[in-house]
Design a protein around this ligand. Structure first.
Ligand code: SF4
Length: 342
């Protein structure tokens, strides 16, 4: 590799909405500090590690060096200095070894998309020391002044434990949105899947994040309780979401992933998994019980039920359905799906 350009580290995971906006991925920590959730295989074999601000700043510097080169070419090739595919092609032609750079396509996509959004990896960035996080955010924004939105994954328990004043400082330093894995509001199910959070932790974490001024996305997992706990899961999840009233509620239907106990049970036919129709019926129960002003989103391929016309039943837009205005329209669509799968 050209010695002028240093490597930088990126993790694997980010929410689909951050992929949709071609966010810059900056890795603050490695893997998950909790790593016990029985449905999750994302970081199972990996050890959690904090990264130092110096390490992260080196990554930002490495990205910034490439950014400046591409921007220079853009300035030379078009009067507005727009980042174009042509500018990127010239850059790669000059430095062909960078085609093999592990994060180059992510960085280039981000620049082509306008360089406005950033996602901080991995699973629970707010576990970092507050001062360290502020140092990184401040540096990141100084290097890339066009940034408008910075988001991250966060555990509700971590937010619940963090002092409110620290959360506010972090928000003021530039973090705008937190993506929280709620999964369920049902106490027994939370315990069974080893989420490491109670309904009260979820409510406290969600409300504290809102009070600190973050946009809050809560992810729930329809079908997680299989048949036996479906109703409690549906209704208690709606109850917790009603108490938080986050900006976004995002559906991530349960799937037994390889590498989890659920998968082993599914292979042995020991899971009473919901059928596509039953999953829609459970979602209907949750939606009916929601009294929120959130946007309810189905922005993941796992929500891919077909409607009678063969097209997607539910929109996979990152902005979802606005509640309460679109609640009845969403319920009508779900009802159509239930009839279609009968
Ligand atoms: S907290 Fe999130 S990343 Fe960590 S094990 Fe649970 S679901 Fe997976």
């Amino acid at each position: 590799m050209n010695t002028q350009f240093k490597s930088f580290e990126t993790g694997i995971y980010r929410p689909p909405s951050e992929g949709g906006s071609s966010s810059l991925l900056v890795r603050l920590t490695r893997n998950c500090p909790w790593n016990h959730c029985t449905f999750c295989a994302m970081y199972k074999e990996e050890k959690f590690q904090l990264r130092t601000p110096e390490e992260i700043i080196q990554d930002i510097d490495a990205m910034h060096a490439i950014y400046l080169q591409i921007q220079d070419i853009a300035d030379d090739t078009n009067p507005e200095g727009r980042i174009t595919h042509e500018a990127v092609r010239i850059f790669i032609r000059r430095t062909p070894e960078l085609s093999f750079h592990q994060g180059i396509s992510m960085l280039v996509e981000w620049m082509l998309a306008g360089g406005k959004t950033v996602f901080l990896q991995d699973a629970d960035s707010l576990i970092m020391k507050t001062d360290h996080m502020i140092q990184v955010l401040t540096y990141l924004k100084a290097c890339f002044p066009k940034i408008e939105r910075i988001t991250t994954y966060a555990r509700s328990k971590t937010i619940a434990k963090k002092p409110a004043a620290d959360l506010e400082k972090i928000r003021k330093a530039g973090l705008n949105r937190v993506h929280i894995g709620l999964e369920t509001g049902d106490r027994e199910l939370l315990k069974a899947v080893k989420k490491g959070a109670t309904p009260e932790d979820h409510i406290k974490g969600g409300i504290k994040a809102l009070e600190a001024g973050f946009q809050v996305s809560e992810y729930w997992m329809p079908g997680l309780g299989c048949r036996s706990q479906s109703e409690n899961h549906a209704l208690n999840t709606a109850d917790v979401l009603n108490k938080i009233n986050p900006h976004f509620i995002r559906s991530r239907p349960f799937h037994p992933y390889p590498g989890t106990d659920f998968y082993e049970k599914a292979v042995r036919n020991q899971l009473d998994l919901l059928s596509p129709k039953e999953l829609l019926m459970e979602i209907k129960q949750t939606i009916q019980a929601l009294k929120v002003t959130s946007r309810v989103c189905f922005d993941h391929a796992a929500n891919g039920w077909a409607g009678p016309d063969g097209m997607l039943l539910l929109s996979q837009s990152y902005e979802g359905y606005k509640f309460p205005e679109e609640k009845n329209r969403l319920l009508d669509l779900i009802e159509t799906g239930i009839r279609h799968y009968s």
